[in-house]
Design a protein around this ligand. Structure first.
Ligand code: MN
Length: 194
């Protein structure tokens, strides 16, 4: 089974001024594509040749895990953006956020802090545990909370390649911009399916 670069629901310039076309040309067009190309090469002739991406994330090791998880993580990340996104979630997701973090503003502050303080390359996740409770989880490199039995709801890439062309060393500025793009309707759908 060949993995393919997913089509985005928006133009590469549509997330400006928060994420530039230049960043997406590299981050989606080159980094994401490279993980897919590497994954397709690595799985040939292995037990993961016909595995779903989710199974690769849950069970693979080494290069197949690193590239497979980076494919999953980037697809999950890019899918959550829309032009004129942002604002706040509603309904059951908002209720779960309020229950776990007291308020949406407090959730945003805690998630942002987790992104700003993650040392080196990695991802910050909002993920549901088996009881449906929401957790903020810092993960290094390609790591993904699916592997620990959580259901991912939202992720933020804090590898330098996600922001260096736009905000250089200022990761907190990138994090502020991230919130302006979130498609909360889609995140609510993910939560309801969890
Ligand atoms: Mn990335």
């Amino acid at each position: 089974m060949e993995h393919k670069l997913p089509t985005l629901s928006y133009e590469l310039s549509a997330l400006e001024p928060y994420i530039s076309k230049n960043t997406l040309e590299f981050h989606y067009g080159k980094h994401h594509q490279a993980y897919i190309t590497n994954l397709n090469n690595l799985i040939k002739g292995t037990a993961f040749e016909d595995a779903s991406l989710e199974d690769i994330v849950k069970h693979a090791e080494g290069g197949i895990f690193n590239n497979g998880a980076q494919v999953y993580n980037h697809t999950f990340y890019f899918e959550a953006f829309k032009p004129k996104g942002g604002g706040e979630p509603k309904g059951k997701l908002l209720a779960a956020i309020n229950s776990s973090f007291n308020s949406f503003d407090n959730f945003k502050a805690e998630f942002s802090k987790a992104g700003a303080t993650l040392f080196g390359s990695g991802w910050v996740w909002l993920a549901a545990d088996s009881a449906g409770k929401l957790n903020i989880i810092q993960k290094k490199n390609a790591e993904n909370p699916l592997r620990d039995g959580y259901v991912p709801i939202l992720t933020m890439d804090v590898w330098e390649h996600a922001y260096y062309l736009d905000t250089q060393n200022a990761r907190p500025k990138y994090i502020e911009n991230f919130w302006q793009l979130i498609d909360w309707d889609l995140i609510e759908t993910r939560f309801e399916k969890s």
